[in-house]
Design a protein around this ligand. Structure first.
Ligand SMILES: [Zn+2]
Length: 159
């Protein structure tokens, strides 16, 4: 299976939905800035994609594609069942958020810091934050959360 084409087709397919969402929201979900807002995937695009792929029947996951004028893969009409599922799942996914570039950059820095901080630990602190459903948006939130994480990680490591 050409995974690259599948990813392109998945990205292409939800473009209109993202445009609609941005137009409907018009401001950063976190700081309310209206400048250059865009979609951010809290846990990465792959996280949403994997969710959909794990739910779809293997036979329904497209393996061949049509191509648009930019030569990017798009879903074939016959793969409507999968593309509809993907569209709905992406729409319902609450890890997709509208943010401004500044907040996105803060979040990326925070993810990096967490990864560096816990590189030596056997517990993936970022995964832990996903499990408890909390991802910090700024450094104050991060510091508060890390206090909690440090305690919990210590407890987990004690077992
Ligand atoms: Zn913002």
């Amino acid at each position: 299976m050409d995974n690259h084409d599948l990813m392109d087709a998945m990205r292409n397919h939800i473009k209109p939905q993202i445009d609609l969402t941005i137009r409907a929201n018009q401001k950063c979900a976190y700081c309310k800035s209206t400048k250059d807002i865009k979609v951010n995937y809290k846990y990465g695009f792959d996280f949403v994609v994997d969710d959909c792929l794990s739910l779809a029947e293997d036979d329904d996951i497209p393996t061949s594609f049509d191509y648009d004028i930019d030569n990017l893969a798009i879903f074939k009409k016959e793969d409507e069942e999968f593309s509809d599922l993907w569209y709905l799942m992406h729409q319902a996914d609450d890890t997709v958020e509208i943010l401004c570039p500044e907040c996105i950059s803060d979040i990326n820095t925070i993810h990096y810091e967490i990864t560096q901080m816990y590189l030596a630990s056997s517990v993936d602190a970022y995964y832990f934050l996903i499990v408890i459903g909390v991802v910090p948006h700024n450094f104050d939130e991060l510091n508060n959360l890390l206090l909690v994480v440090v305690v919990v990680v210590d407890i987990l490591l004690a077992f």
